[in-house]
Design a protein around this ligand. Structure first.
Ligand SMILES: [Zn+2]
Length: 284
């Protein structure tokens, strides 16, 4: 295929904004804490090994990507930092909420114990373990006590370093899907001029004649028109950057064609004219 006239994908410099760092990023960290609290609540009823942290990571990743899209945050470093900090907020938050719950429980037990002692005096024997005084002490106690791991191949208890290792693994399993989703989302171009993500502005089916004329405008070999059934025009909100044309065959990328072709101003006008002509021809 002739690529001599190829226009490069938009790769303008995207500058960081105070809004992204001071409002959006802390918002993502707060979302991470909300995820931590929710996952601690849910995990008391449903917490399959390996699958649960992966699910938390998937939902967190999807939420962060949606927030970056909705809030038009396209600065790479801001988004990656938000991802790392929000995953840290989920992991540390999960242990912190568990620690708070353990403290509340221990204090309630102590209250009941004191009431029983007042009522029955010497008859109440034994001592209650003291409530953990810090999160570090709580985690050390939990690790010594052991973490029960239930799998289809049997169940065992991870104690000491093995328990810590299982927590680290949980954190990585949250990070992995969220990082993959972020990486995929950041491959989409972002216009640094009008600060918006590229998105589909116009799309629809094309008939064989329109496909042939589009391929003609692109100066590609005529046989490339075969199988093209749909088009998409993608650009930034302001239309200031390059426009991309995606030709596809029944929802899939058409064979031999690039996923997106970037158009210069002249080609964009020609493509739009072809599409407008096709639409006008179909109107009664
Ligand atoms: Zn723009």
């Amino acid at each position: 295929m002739d690529r001599t006239n190829e226009v490069l994908a938009p790769a303008g410099r995207v500058r960081a904004t105070w809004w992204g760092w001071l409002v959006w990023l802390p918002g993502c960290v707060a979302l991470g804490l909300l995820f931590a609290w929710t996952s601690v609540e849910v995990s008391t009823r449903f917490s399959p090994l390996l699958v649960f942290p992966l699910m938390v990571g998937l939902v967190l990743g999807a939420s962060l990507v949606s927030l970056a899209r909705i809030c038009q945050v396209g600065h790479r470093a801001t988004v990656w930092t938000a991802l790392l900090l929000s995953v840290a907020a989920v992991v540390i938050g999960q242990h912190w909420f568990s620690y708070r719950a353990a403290r509340v429980m221990a204090e309630q037990d102590l209250l009941q114990y004191q009431k029983a002692q007042q009522a029955f005096g010497e008859l109440v024997a034994g001592r209650l373990p003291a409530a953990p005084s810090s999160m570090r002490e709580y985690l050390t106690r939990q690790a010594d006590h052991g973490r029960r791991l239930e799998t289809t191949f049997g169940s065992w208890t991870a104690r000491g370093p093995a328990a810590w290792l299982s927590w680290v693994l949980d954190g990585l399993l949250i990070l992995l899907p969220a990082a993959v989703m972020t990486w995929m989302a950041l491959r989409r171009p972002f216009c640094g001029q009008c600060r918006s993500w590229y998105a589909t502005r116009r799309s629809g089916p094309v008939d064989a004649e329109t496909a042939r004329r589009l391929i003609d405008v692109l100066e590609w070999p005529a046989e490339n028109a075969a199988g093209v059934t749909h088009f998409r025009l993608i650009s930034c909100n302001g239309g200031c950057g390059t426009t991309g044309l995606a030709l596809s065959c029944k929802g899939r990328a058409a064979a031999n064609l690039p996923a997106v072709t970037w158009l210069d101003d002249q080609r964009r006008s020609q493509v739009v004219a072809v599409l407008d002509g096709a639409t006008a021809a179909h109107e009664p």
